[in-house]
Design a protein around this ligand. Sequence first.
Ligand SMILES: Nc1ncnc2c1ncn2[C@@H]1O[C@H](COP(=O)(O)OP(=O)(O)O)[C@@H](O)[C@H]1O
Ligand SMILES: [Mg+2]
Length: 395
Amino acid sequence: MQRTKLLIVDDLRENLQALSKIIEQDDREIYSALSGNEALALLLEHDFALAILDVMMPDMNGFELAELMRGAEKTRHIPIVFVSAGGKELNYAFKGYETGAVDFLHKPLDIAAVKSKVNVFVSLHQQRVKVKQQVEALEQSQQELHATQLELQRALKMRDDFMSLVAHELRTPLNTLHLETQVRRLRLQRDGTTAFTPDYLHAMVERDSRQIQSMIRLINDMVDVSRATTGTLSIRTGTVNLAQLVTRIVGDFSQQAQVAGCCLVLDAIPDVVGNWDEFRVEQILVNLITNGLRYGGGKPIRIGFSLTDGYVDIHVQDQGAGIPETEQQRIFEKFERLGNNHVKEGLGMGLYIARQLAEAHGGNLSVGNTPGAGACFTLRLPLAVEQEIKNYSAR
Ligand SMILES: Nc1ncnc2c1ncn2[C@@H]1O[C@H](COP(=O)(O)OP(=O)(O)O)[C@@H](O)[C@H]1O
Ligand SMILES: [Mg+2]
């Protein structure tokens, strides 16, 4: 515990020394002042548990000093003991007497009385400090409890929201399929197989397959999230050529991008290979490009590359609203979305899975905003070891 500070004020140095001798103890720090003004300077600087003031001093007497102390917020609550030579009737001269924390000592000083009086004030002060610390600690833990409670409520709400979103996402295509099969059965019963032209059959199979695919994707994502959560999301690596992989993905997307009225701009791809899980890297990039199509406001999405020591960085940059800096960590957590009302958001699993997959490769996934130019996600993947050596020797 911090030492208790005491202030003694007397215009005679001998008196200060004598008083200091009587009241000194290891747990106390004693400050002496030879005048009211000196005392005021000390009072402003320190927090005192007690001030012992000589009443009779030139310039500013003890009562005047006490009056000034009562007038300032910082010193108002410091208990005061006056030391007076006069008779006891003088005791009532100080108007602040009624405020309680005022006491008197008389000259010549009775050593035992001085000691016990000071002890009382010091232990009162120490108790007050202790209580204050306890109250502060209590307030602190209460705040922490409150924060935890809010966090818990948020997590619960997120889980509930997620459940209802999943139910909805699965029910919509399932309902459609269910209805269609019923219609088909009716037509079969009525007209037999002639009810369906080859063109109709083709279109039907395509549509069904798309709907089933999207449900499978959703369920696969849920499986990935649960694997990532339990730490069992694993990758199977092999040699992957970056240019071949990216060209194929962008090719697969071109139709979808056209439908979305948006174009993919592909920078020159460096000729590098990695020891990666091809399907998983594809999954990450597909996620980033899908997000760009979805949240990029239909403007072009650029895919760029850069090489740093032993790594390739793949940048997927859109020209949408971007992601506020305060949200740039959160969106990588599972089920987290910006909560943007202008676009239909998904279930918040994509970036969580993508980052886990990037880390499983020994790489990472991060996001930054290019000022005025939307979000820019960067997937960093380690190059194959031979590649690393080739790069170094080429320098
Ligand atoms: N390119 C982007 N621009 C703006 N916001 C984005 C972008 N990518 C992702 N987000 C925000 O991050 C959230 C989480 O993304 P993600 O994990 O892929 O989940 P989902 O797309 O299924 O909602 C999205 O809901 C969206 O609010
Ligand atoms: Mg997404």
